[in-house]
Design a binder for this molecule. Structure first.
Ligand code: GAR
Length: 187
């Protein structure tokens, strides 16, 4: 049984989708959901699945190792970023396999400040004909690690950023749990 942790900063619909997919799984267990926001809705979602939560602030994350200690105490091996918006420090990239989902076809529309609806806004403003998701390993830079998986959706004339967000979320819900499952099976 692999022990995984999810990091999320916001709503947590992906975290919930992953929790639902792996509920009762003998392959992996979500040991804890970590968030940098005390009022993030993901923390409510965690309660529904009886998943422990851990909230940290900037000082905790960048100037202490309390997050590292907690992950080690829980024997976590894999970290999944599901809408986590802070840069991941070296002490995590050095100790864990970490993957991230990004709501665009990297290397386009990645990097600092490119997250959530800002990505879909930029995709529409630039008249892109397609967008999608990228799941990739995490290194010390934003959206830069080796790619694991991509899936595309069409962007039609007249699509709003909200329309694109919906198509991208559908791809996320369909593919992210399966990619995690394959990764765990290959470890
Ligand atoms: C997701 O679309 C995810 O791809 C994106 O944030 C959203 C979180 O939604 N991540 C990034 O933009 C990372 N750069 P959720 O909280 O409902 O899962």
């Amino acid at each position: 049984m692999k022990k995984i942790a999810i990091f999320a900063s916001g709503s947590g619909s992906n975290a919930e989708n992953i929790a639902r997919y792996f509920k009762g799984s003998e392959l992996l267990n979500i040991e804890c959901i970590y968030s940098n926001k005390a009022n993030a809705f993901v923390l409510e979602r965690a309660k529904k699945f009886n998943i422990p939560t851990f909230v940290f602030n900037r000082t905790d994350f960048y100037q202490s190792e309390i997050v590292l200690d907690d992950l080690k105490n829980r024997n976590v091996e894999i970290i999944v970023l599901a809408g986590f918006l802070w840069l991941v420090p070296d002490y995590l990239t050095n100790n864990f396999t970490i993957i991230n989902i990004h709501p665009a076809l990297l290397p386009k529309y990645g990097g600092k400040g490119m997250y959530g609806d800002r990505v879909h806004q930029a995709v529409v403003e630039n008249g892109e004909k397609k967008s999608g998701i990228t799941i990739h390993y995490v290194n010390e830079k934003y959206d830069d690690g080796q790619m694991i998986f991509q899936a595309e959706c069409e962007v039609l004339p007249g699509d709003t950023p909200a329309d694109v967000a919906q198509k991208v979320h559908e791809l996320e819900y369909r593919h992210f749990p399966e990619v995690i499952e394959k990764l765990v099976l290959s470890c």
